[in-house]
Design a protein around this ligand. Sequence first.
Ligand code: CA2
Length: 176
Amino acid sequence: MRGGVIRCAANAFAESTTMRLMILNGPNLNLLGVREPHIYGTTTLASIKASCEDFARFAGAQLSFHQSNNEGVLVDLIQSAREQADAIIINPAGYSFTSIAMLDALKMFEGPIFEVHISNIHARDELHRHSKLSSAVKAVVAGLGPYGYIVAMQAALQAAGTLPESLPAPIRLGPR
Ligand code: CA2
């Protein structure tokens, strides 16, 4: 993990395993819970953020959570993740289907990237079906509603081996 802090633990020096997660949300997701509840549900983005912060606290991870309606701002945030995050979780929303600039920026990030969609984009109309960004990510979570953000956080921490030991083996390690 980049940027780890060296700390003393039980007479041994160990690198801190604090995982830095950056969650990015694209255009219009600030309106979640307010419009089109039949597709995107009634949960607001503020509530998703609070829930992600709760899970990060439980897991001992660092979290930064952002939303922007501006493609350039999202590109800048993805670039900043090169120094400031170990993994990216991104719901690119409408930019999933259009943004070569975000695809190029994501390709320059060295850590794992998890793409989240609240709805199952594969069951949507032609316009909302094919994400241009998926080729640059490790995994796509789609159709689990807002819980998809927590699943993506869990997957990022699991891949890094930093899920809390208090969790049962199937969650921490999966099938052996
Ligand atoms: O299911 C998702 O998370 C999406 O990324 C959401 C995008 C859509 O373009 C993707 O196909 C799937 C749209 C986000 C728009 O957010 C709204 C929120 C409330 C009301 C209307 C739109």
